[in-house]
Write a protein that binds this ligand. Structure first.
Ligand SMILES: [Zn+2]
Length: 120
C-alpha cells in the first residue's frame, strides 16, 4: 500500500509537470529512494508497471531507482554515522540524541521527456 501511494503521488507530480512544461510523453524517470524509506524496490516497480499503463503520459516511461544512503547525525558529539549499521544510538558517544539526516526520502531526481510540437 505504501509503495502504491508513492507511485500515485509520483504519477500525479509528473502529470502536473507535463502540463506546466508542455510535455507530450515521459521517456524515463529517475527516483532517489532513501535506504530507510521503507520502500521495497521490487514491489515499487510492480506498482509502477501496473499504474503506468493507465496513464498515456508515462505509459512507456522507464523507471530508474537510485538508493540514498541513510545517515544519522548525533547532537551530542556532532558526528555522522551509518543509520542501517548502528541504528539510533551513536557509535561514537552512545548518545540517543540523534536524528536522521537523509535516507527517508523519495525524490524525483530527473526525467527525460518529449515536448509537444505543433505537428501533433
Ligand atoms: Zn555521538
Amino acid at each position: 500500500m505504501h509503495e502504491l501511494s508513492i507511485v500515485t503521488h509520483v504519477a500525479k507530480t509528473l502529470d502536473e509537470l507535463a502540463q506546466e512544461s508542455n510535455l507530450a510523453k515521459i521517456g524515463s524517470v529517475t527516483l532517489e529512494v532513501g535506504e530507510v524509506s521503507g520502500i521495497i524496490t521490487d514491489y515499487f516497480i510492480d506498482c509502477w508497471n501496473y499504474f503506468k499503463v493507465k496513464d498515456p503520459l508515462i505509459k512507456d516511461a522507464e523507471l530508474k531507482l537510485e538508493q540514498i544512503k541513510a545517515i544519522t547525525f548525533c547532537e551530542d558529539c556532532s558526528n555522522e554515522y551509518e543509520t542501517v549499521r548502528y541504528g539510533r544510538i551513536c557509535p561514537y558517544c552512545q548518545s540517543e540524541h540523534t536524528y536522521l539526516l537523509q535516507g527517508n526520502e523519495c525524490i524525483i531526481k530527473e526525467i527525460e521527456a518529449e515536448e509537444k510540437t505543433d505537428m501533433d
